[in-house]
Design a protein around this ligand. Structure first.
Ligand code: FES
Ligand code: FES
Length: 159
């Protein structure tokens, strides 16, 4: 029988306490234990970015993070960022510019792009491409996604 670990953490602002298998990764914990299905499990080895979440304010791969490591941590998922209104400009721009096809990559893209929205100055398109280079999309060819993030960052800067 595998070892279990008790953890208490904040997920999207709510206190969560659970006993987790020592080897359970964060993406499985979020999806299976907490029912937060917005975070996707794609490659499950750190390559595709579909599982991107925020841990203690910094983006991280949920597939490479063990839930057992997160005692005392603050985790934010796409559900939390959506609920807070933080990514409204990105969501609107993705919608307007058809930057979503199957949607599998979208949550990870939005959580990653939210970092760019927080910059004091809008990034260049090259900087956006570079920052998003760890997030794979198999459908869109990326142009619409870059356009959407560019528009959201520029719009936000004008507010
Ligand atoms: S599922 Fe985590 S990087 Fe692909
Ligand atoms: S929209 Fe399908 S993987 Fe990006």
């Amino acid at each position: 029988m595998s070892e279990a670990v008790d953890i208490s953490l904040s997920v999207n602002g709510e206190a969560v306490t659970r006993r987790v298998p020592a080897r359970q990764n964060l993406v499985d914990f979020l999806r299976e234990e907490l029912g937060l299905q917005g975070t996707r499990a794609g490659c499950e080895h750190g390559a595709c970015g579909a599982c991107t979440v925020r841990i203690d304010g910094a983006i991280a791969r949920a597939c490479l993070t063990l839930a057992a490591q997160l005692d005392g941590a603050k985790v934010e998922t796409i559900e939390g960022l959506s609920r807070s209104g933080e990514i409204v400009p990105l969501q609107a721009a993705f919608h307007e510019r058809n930057a979503v096809q199957c949607g599998f990559c979208t949550a990870g893209m939005l959580v990653t792009a939210a970092e760019l929205l927080r910059l004091p100055q809008p990034p260049s398109r090259a900087e956006i491409r570079d920052f998003l280079s760890g997030n794979y999309c198999r459908c869109t060819g990326y142009h619409a996604i870059i356009d959407a993030i560019d528009a959201a960052c520029r719009g936000k800067a004008r507010e």
